[in-house]
Ligand binder design. Structure first.
Ligand code: COA
Length: 160
């Protein structure tokens, strides 16, 4: 079974890594797909988001990281994925995840969604909260992989 784990990943957090690692044990092959949610303005461009993920999963070279624009179902077809992987942190995620799963299956009846419950350690994390903590000088190192810390440093250097 080949899984595709899509998201905005702006930036990837340890919560996403948890889902990737667990999905990796269930799927024979796993593709992490970096897309854009039209409701969001990203802080990191897509190339940078892909790079941070590639570096964060370097110990698992079988995991492919791609970017996509357009529909997720088209991206899934392009990589021949059998199943979409999504994480569920809390009941507040439920409505959107169910809506997306049903819509994606309506668009492609052969593509099902597997929803994995986030580990309780990371159920309170989101990319936005990480960016907010960081912008006020808080320590985000317990919540993100090292390449993301480096990504924030690079961003400051180019902005200075
Ligand atoms: N751990 C930590 N954080 C998690 C998480 C986990 N396990 N799972 C989700 N999150 C967070 C993310 O950090 C993100 O936080 P933010 O809102 O603060 O940035 C939030 O939950 C949701 O983000 P994400 O999982 O990236 O999903 P999304 O709602 O931004 O959707 C796409 C992204 C790309 C999958 C979706 O917009 C898409 O499919 N786009 C393509 C167009 C399309 O096909 N549309 C129709 C879809 S039915």
């Amino acid at each position: 079974m080949k899984g595709i784990y899509p998201g905005t990943f702006d930036p990837i957090t340890n919560g996403h890594i948890d889902i990737i690692e667990r999905a990796y044990t269930i799927c024979d092959e796993l593709v992490v797909a970096v897309g854009d949610n039209l409701q969001k303005t990203c802080s990191f461009d897509v190339r940078k988001r892909v790079k941070m993920i590639v570096e964060s999963v370097r110990d698992k070279p079988e995991i492919e990281v791609v970017s996509f624009s357009g529909l997720l179902v088209d991206a899934a077809r392009e990589v021949n994925a059998d199943v979409i992987i999504r994480g569920l942190r809390a009941i507040s995620d439920y409505e959107l995840e169910v809506q997306m799963a049903i819509m994606n299956r309506s668009l492609d009846p052969e593509l099902d969604t597997v929803i994995m419950v986030a580990s309780h350690h990371w159920s309170f994390i989101s990319s936005s909260i990480i960016k907010e903590i960081h912008s006020f000088g808080g320590d985000i190192s317990p919540f993100v992989p090292v390449p993301v810390l480096e990504g924030f440093n690079d961003k400051h250097q180019t902005e200075d």
